[in-house]
Design a protein around this ligand. Structure first.
Ligand SMILES: Cc1cc2nc3c(=O)[nH]c(=O)nc-3n(C[C@H](O)[C@H](O)[C@H](O)COP(=O)(O)O)c2cc1C
Ligand code: SF4
Length: 430
């Protein structure tokens, strides 16, 4: 396998015509306080219970990967003593830029969401957690604008920047870092909502999730649900990579990748597979083009939308090689804390590398199949689950290609057109 390191720069940022004026909202550069306030931002909350009920009724689900209902998280943390809220903008996923874009370009939307989460939970201690220096400056400047304008939030807000790693945005790593430790995951329980920052109940929410709260305040639950599906209402930020319409797009849930590509003027027939949910859900065959972009529809086909990042695997790339590169990344970037994870990812990476090099046997594939289910849930954080997903997805979606690699002949790889980048589908902002 030929590996090169490359970082695609995401230059195109735009909203689907049906997305409305929500997350991207035609913001070309960086939105300042005046523009944000002119669109109704930082509106007072007359009745926190009514707004919390609206968040619950909106069906908002977390955009950090697990898609958990945000209203439920808010209410749980609200019931605890002296809660804390953290806006998680670390974005360790190499194939995603959405959180950095929001923090750099719409810092007030994110901060307004954090303010509302503070009001809804009764938290007076708010944190913004990032790894991107430009995101840090954007948020710090925005807080300066808020202070200068005399807006009082009745809360202490701090911004913390850590070194970017794959695991630094996992919620227990976030809490550990804010408590002065390393940004590494730890065993659960306790979960942050029970005992997080300073041992207090802590809501860790993705910045895109928080950015939806002012939209719900402005639109109301029904207005918010005007786009999207019943179980995945609203819009989401889709980071599309791989060479077919690369960019950051705001799209309503309920479209399909085929519809998104067609909207972008791209030819869906060029798609051989989709790498779903960033690195977390592994490859999905071309039939995935017609699966509804909705958390549950994706789960039903054994895949996942995760943080909304989708890598297009073009016809001249081999899904075995792509999966091997993702697994090599997990083997290298896991936090080396759990034996099952560092041994398991290394063993799965070795089999996948063996497949790419035509050195793996049927017995190796049997072991990979076993590990892809046996290792699930055995790490302190979800990294090992992501790795097992990658192996299971390849075996489920492309069994004949795996067989071809065992037999020592893959048409794509033999044609020598494959160029697998390490890490694959990694993106950055200009
Ligand atoms: C290995 C790993 C890395 C993660 N990285 C991030 C991240 O960078 N940003 C993020 O918001 N959530 C990340 N998550 C998910 C968080 O643990 C947590 O579920 C999320 O921040 C909750 O926010 P939400 O409810 O708004 O989705 C990660 C999870 C895992 C297992
Ligand atoms: S599961 Fe892996 S990445 Fe997560 S804490 Fe354990 S060793 Fe680290």
């Amino acid at each position: 396998m030929s590996l090169t390191t490359d970082l695609e720069v995401v230059g195109t940022v735009t909203a689907h015509p049906d997305a409305g004026d929500r997350l991207i909202a035609g913001v070309p550069d960086r939105e300042g306080l005046d523009r944000y306030r002119a669109t109704g931002g930082y509106a007072p909350v007359e009745d926190a219970e009514a707004l919390l009920s609206a968040v619950e009724a909106s069906g908002l689900r977390g955009r950090g990967g697990a898609a958990f209902p945000t209203g439920t998280k808010l209410r749980t943390v609200r019931s605890g003593q002296s809660p804390v809220v953290v806006a998680n903008g670390e974005e360790g996923e190499p194939a995603s830029v959405k959180d950095r874009w929001l923090l750099r370009h719409r810092p007030h939307l994110v901060l307004d969401g954090l303010r509302l989460a503070g009001i809804l939970t009764g938290a007076h201690d708010l944190h913004v957690y990032v790894s991107d220096p430009a995101a840090e400056s954007s948020v710090t400047d925005a807080l300066g604008e808020v202070a200068e304008a005399g807006i009082n939030w009745d809360a202490k807000i701090s911004v913390t920047r850590v070194d970017p790693t794959y695991v630094a945005g996992e919620e227990t790593a976030v809490v550990r870092a804010l408590n002065g430790g390393p940004a590494l995951p730890q065993d659960k329980p306790p979960r942050p909502f029970d005992s997080g920052v300073d041992g207090r109940p802590t809501l860790v929410s993705n910045v895109e999730t928080l950015a939806n709260l002012p939209l719900i305040q402005r639109l109301g639950a029904d207005g918010y649900r005007a786009v999207g599906t019943a179980d995945s209402p609203g819009t989401f930020l889709l980071t599309l990579t791989g060479g077919l319409g690369n960019g950051l797009y705001e799209v309503p849930f309920g479209l399909t990748v085929r519809q998104v590509l067609t909207w972008l003027g791209q030819d869906p027939d060029q798609v051989r597979a989709l790498l779903m949910g960033g690195y977390f859900s592994g490859v999905l065959g071309a039939q995935g083009l017609d699966v509804t972009l909705d958390y549950d529809a994706m789960r039903q086909v054994g895949s996942g939308l995760g943080c909304g990042a989708i890598g297009v695997v073009l016809q001249d790339r081999c899904p075995v090689a792509v999966s091997a590169a993702v697994m090599a990344y997990f083997a290298r970037e896991n936090a080396q804390q759990c034996g099952s994870c560092f041994n398991g990812t290394a063993a799965m990476a070795a089999v996948l590398e063996g497949l790419v090099e035509y050195k793996a046997s049927d017995e190796d594939v049997r072991r990979l199949t076993y590990w892809s289910s046996f290792l699930r849930g055995r790490g302190a954080c979800g990294t090992l689950d992501g790795a097992t997903n990658v192996a299971a997805a390849l075996l489920r979606e492309f069994p004949e290609l795996v067989d071809a690699h065992v037999a020592g002949s893959c048409a794509t790889c033999d044609a020598g057109t494959v160029r697998v980048v390490d890490p694959p589908f990694a993106v950055g902002l200009p």
